[in-house]
Design a protein around this ligand. Structure first.
Ligand SMILES: [Zn+2]
Length: 314
């Protein structure tokens, strides 16, 4: 048995799985702000999973963790995490191994999702493909000739922090004009909030009297025909299309796979992204690209993290 953990900006997900990716148990907890609380929460769930049944408790051979941010995979350290500010040169692997006594391995969260999708998802049908995770930020991953590309220290494809507007919005990473400031779920909400006053007739105004303004709420209203919500999604999707066009020009992929909460808005996003790619990418690169969603949004990233542990323990 192996445990895979996916630490995102808002939720931490756990799977208890065998070597083949059969999930025996799945759990999730919210991501706390404080580093100690995050660590305590993770160890608590690991204990729950170990106790899932007595046989499993004896057989947990390794833990794989996919974590948001720049990591040093070999040392098991989170260097910086834009979404979890408390983590600076944070020795996560050592801390978890010390408390659980189980060998632990670290992977970038977007790379873990990529590994999971390559192992058990839609990615296994292609040799060259890219994946973008659209959530609080934008994570990315690339498979080149059937192999996950991770870069020197495991932090390749930090596409969310590539510049899309050189004089643009400030980002928590220190840069300005980052891709994720324009095309993530956070960007949807911020863009909508900054402009809603100019649209008193929008149905969104009515709903936010009792509800939080979320990307899901805006997507629902966009599908119902609210012009304001559609304008926001058109803009976000155009930025997304530009970012994806850049990646298509770099990697020449067969498929683009989207994951993350905002990817649920694919009915609006995909047609606009496809149009932008046709407008911006050279002939020879832009034809016959498959645009797909991750196969299992909930479990794939944690399964990918578990796969890292499975391979490291083999
Ligand atoms: Zn940034």
């Amino acid at each position: 048995m192996y445990i895979g953990i996916d630490i995102g900006g808002t939720t931490i997900k756990f799977v208890l799985t065998d070597k083949k990716g059969n999930v025996l148990s799945f759990k999730k907890i919210p991501t706390e702000k404080n580093a100690q609380e995050i660590e305590d929460g993770i160890c608590r769930v690991i204990e729950e999973l170990k106790a899932f049944n007595e046989i499993a408790a004896k057989k947990v051979k390794g833990i794989g963790i996919g974590a948001a941010g720049a990591i040093d995979k070999a040392k098991g350290i989170i260097l910086t995490s834009a979404n979890i500010q408390a983590w600076k040169k944070y020795p996560l692997v050592k801390l978890i191994e010390g408390r659980t006594g189980i060998r632990t391995f670290l992977e970038n969260d977007a790379t873990a999702a990529l590994i999971g999708e390559l192992w058990l998802g839609n990615g296994k049908n292609f040799s060259n493909w890219i994946m973008l995770t659209l959530g609080t930020g934008i994570g990315g991953g690339v498979v080149i000739n059937g192999k996950v590309y991770t870069g020197r220290s495991g932090s390749a494809m930090e596409v969310g922090h590539t510049t899309i507007d050189y004089k643009g919005r400030k980002c928590s990473c220190g840069n300005r004009g980052c891709f994720e400031r324009y095309a993530s779920a956070t960007a949807v909400i911020e863009t909508a909030k900054s402009r809603l006053k100019k649209y008193p007739e929008s149905s969104v105004n009515k709903r936010i009297k009792n509800e939080n303004l979320t990307s899901k709420l805006l997507y629902d209203e966009a599908l119902k025909g609210d012009p304001f919500s559609n304008e926001i999604f058109a803009e976000i999707s155009e930025y997304l299309g530009i970012g994806i066009s850049n990646l298509i020009s770099i990697f020449n992929p067969e498929a683009v796979i989207l994951a993350g909460g905002l990817s649920r808005a694919h009915k609006i996003i995909f047609p606009i992204v496809k149009k932008v790619v046709q407008e911006r990418v050279q002939a020879g690169l832009k034809e016959n690209i498959k645009y797909l969603l991750i196969k299992d949004e909930e479990k794939t990233p944690a399964l990918g993290a578990a796969k890292t542990a499975i391979e490291c323990c083999a």
